[in-house]
Design a protein. Structure first.
Length: 318
């Protein structure tokens, strides 16, 4: 089986006229790190990283043989966001745990994978090391739900599934958009020690809101992608909007109480400062469904948003 190093990938990228030649049963696949020969129909996939890789694989019908996982306080390994998005966990599947951070390369090799998927944020193991075990492709974890699902559909030959899932998303967005008057504003914010943090875009939440016709407030929309700046408490009012959202991590057993406590810690009395909060439009949502490249998870998030925004007693006055 042919392996492809980063040096070869760089050469292929620099000289596109030289097409990558693959062995029988293999095909050339273009990804973030270049081009690699991968199996026509991969059967033994090892997924590194978190929810961004494993959940869409399972959703598209390809349960990996191994996965890097997260460890709970009691030492139990878990697949972040998978239980709520797919119903699959380590304890009810044959997925092997290959380590937390760093990943255990011996455990990966022992599974004899025919394909490894490497998220671009990994820094404890590089793609050259993984290519010695099996063909490895790089995935951009800051991809939108649409780009992420398109990547995995192309990787797995599941384009038909993608078409149906996108059609369902469009119908759900249309239902939410029908509730949104023109000019409705939104923001997403988290309390932290000494201030507030956010990002733009904020996972799937920003995509959903903008696709449905909401306007993100200027202070959040000015943030460069990939940055997570912290703002001083004095700037809290700049995040006020018709609807203000925060999130909490269910994989850490957090609840909305944790999210609001973090806000109160950063700015005591914050709810009196934010009009949206004082009028019942400050909403805490579980972060897993909002940051996973899964149309099933996104559908659950859209339903939650539609439910909140259907409440006739919390509508903003225009």
């Amino acid at each position: 089986m042919r392996r492809t190093s980063l040096a070869v990938l760089a050469t292929c990228a620099a000289t596109p006229a030289l097409a990558l030649e693959c062995d029988d049963g293999m095909r050339a696949f273009t990804h973030q790190a270049g081009e690699t020969c991968i199996p026509q129909n991969p059967k033994r996939i090892v997924s590194l990283g978190s929810k961004n890789v494993t959940v869409p694989l399972i959703e598209l019908g390809h349960t990996p043989v191994g996965r890097q996982g997260s460890l709970c306080e009691d030492g139990t390994a878990t697949i972040r966001a998978s239980a709520v998005s797919t119903g699959v966990e380590f304890d009810n599947s044959e997925i092997a745990f290959v380590g937390d951070y760093p990943v255990d390369l011996e455990l990966v090799a022992a599974l004899e994978p025919d394909l490894i998927i490497w998220p671009d944020w990994q820094d404890e193991v590089n793609i050259d090391q993984l290519n010695l075990i099996a063909p490895t492709v790089a995935y951009a974890t800051d991809s939108t739900i649409h780009d992420g699902q398109a990547f995995f559909a192309r990787l797995l030959g599941a384009e038909d599934h993608l078409v149906r899932a996108k059609a369902r998303y469009d119908a759900q967005i249309a239902q939410l958009a029908a509730l949104v008057p023109t000019g409705t504003t939104v923001s997403v914010i988290h309390g932290s020690d000494g201030g507030f943090w956010t990002s733009y875009p904020y996972g799937n939440l920003t995509l959903i809101l903008e696709d449905a016709g909401f306007d993100v407030v200027d202070i959040q929309a000015s943030i460069a992608p990939g940055e997570y700046p912290t703002f001083s408490a004095e700037r809290l009012q700049e995040f006020d909007a018709d609807w203000v959202f925060t999130t909490y991590r269910t994989d850490r057993e957090e609840t909305p109480v944790d999210a609001t406590a973090a806000m109160e810690n950063a700015f005591p009395g914050y709810c009196e400062v934010l009009t949206a909060c004082a009028e019942g439009r400050f909403i805490a949502l579980p972060r897993e469904e909002l940051t996973t490249p899964s149309y099933d998870a996104v559908g659950a998030a859209i339903f939650a948003l539609t439910t909140h925004m259907s409440n006739p007693f919390t509508q903003p006055t225009k």
